[in-house]
Write a protein of this length. Structure first.
Length: 287
C-alpha cells in the first residue's frame, strides 16, 4: 500500500493533465496522491473531480520555491490540504507568475543572443498551464540544439546553464504565514537538494521550523538509502511529520515513474494516516 505526495501536471510543468495524472494513479494502484504543481492552484479542481470519478483520494496542494540562504541549494516546500478558497496564496502566486513571465522572456533573449533561433511563441505553444524551463528544454530538443532534456538543463537552462535566469521567489517569512493561516500542512521537499551535509541540513530545517514548517520529505526519487535513513532519523528527532513523493512530471522526466520514482521508491500509506491524525489534533480538515 503506497501513496505519492509530490506530483506535477500540465497546470505547471508536467505532461499529463490533472485528470490523466489521477487516472494513472488509480491504474498504478496508489491509495492516494497529492497534486502539487509549482506556484499554482490551477489544476486542483480538475484533479479533485477526477479523484471522485476514479475513486482515489486526492490531496490538493502546491509546491512553492523559497529564497535560500547563501551557499544553499533549492528550498522547495510542498503544501498539502490547500483549501478551495485561498485568496492570499493566489495573490502570492500571481506575483510569482508575473515574475515567471518576465523571466521566460529573458531566457528567450539570452538564448537568441547565444545564436539559437528560438521564439517565445514557439515555447509558449508547448505549455498547457504555467510556462517553465521544461518547455524550453522541449523546444531546444525539437530544434536539434540538444540531444536530451538532461543536456538542455545541464548546458543551457539549469542553475549553471548558459541561459539561466533566476526566478522570483517568496521568502520563508512571506510564505509560511500564508500557509499557516490557510491550515496547510507544509513539507520541506527533497532536502538533498539543499546541497549541504546532514548536520548543516538540520540547522536549515530547524530554522524553517521556527516559521511553522510541519514535516520533511524523507522518501524521494533522488534520495539514497543513506539519505532516507538520515532524514528519517532527523525528522523523528525534531518531531516532524514524514512525507514522500516521486516528483513525477511525465515525459519530461521519463525515468521517474508515478509512485515508484526510478523503481525503488515506496512511500507507505501510514505516513498519510499520521498526517491526518496530526491535522485532526489541530482541528484541521482532512478532506
Amino acid at each position: 500500500m503506497s501513496i505519492d505526495l509530490h506530483t506535477h501536471s500540465t497546470a505547471s510543468d508536467g505532461t499529463l493533465s490533472p485528470r490523466e495524472l489521477i487516472k494513472l494513479a488509480k491504474e498504478t494502484g496508489l491509495d492516494a496522491i497529492a497534486i502539487t504543481d509549482h506556484d499554482t492552484l490551477q489544476g486542483i479542481p480538475e484533479a479533485m473531480e477526477a479523484g471522485r470519478e476514479f475513486g482515489i483520494e486526492v490531496i490538493p496542494g502546491a509546491e512553492l520555491s523559497l529564497e535560500s540562504p547563501e551557499g544553499t541549494g533549492w528550498i522547495h516546500v510542498v503544501a498539502l490540504w490547500i483549501p478551495e478558497e485561498a485568496p492570499t496564496l493566489q495573490k502570492a502566486f500571481d506575483w510569482i507568475q508575473e515574475g515567471r513571465r518576465n523571466r521566460n522572456h529573458e531566457i528567450v533573449e539570452k538564448l537568441r543572443s547565444l545564436g539559437i533561433n528560438i521564439t517565445y511563441e514557439s515555447v509558449a505553444a508547448r505549455a498547457m498551464g504555467t510556462l517553465g524551463r521544461p518547455h524550453f528544454a522541449q523546444e531546444l530538443l525539437s530544434l536539434g540544439v540538444v540531444s536530451s532534456m538532461e543536456e538542455a538543463f545541464k548546458v543551457w537552462l539549469g542553475d549553471n546553464g548558459r541561459a539561466y535566469v533566476p526566478k522570483r521567489k517568496l521568502t520563508p517569512g512571506q510564505a509560511f504565514p500564508i500557509l499557516n493561516e490557510l491550515g496547510a500542512t507544509s513539507i520541506l521537499a527533497h532536502p538533498f537538494a539543499l546541497g549541504r551535509n546532514y548536520a548543516d541540513t538540520e540547522k536549515i530545517v530547524k530554522d524553517l521550523m521556527t516559521y511553522g514548517m510541519d514535516g520533511m520529505e524523507v522518501y524521494y526519487t533522488e534520495h539514497t538509502d543513506a539519505d532516507i535513513k538520515e532524514y528519517k532519523a532527523m525528522a523523528e528527532r525534531l518531531g516532524l511529520l514524514i512525507s514522500g513523493g516521486s516528483d513525477f512530471h511525465g515525459s519530461v522526466k521519463p525515468k521517474i515513474r508515478l509512485g515508484k520514482g526510478k523503481g525503488g521508491l515506496h512511500v507507505p500509506t501510514e505516513l498519510l494516516d499520521r498526517m491526518k491524525a496530526d491535522r485532526r489534533a489541530k482541528g484541521l480538515p482532512v478532506v
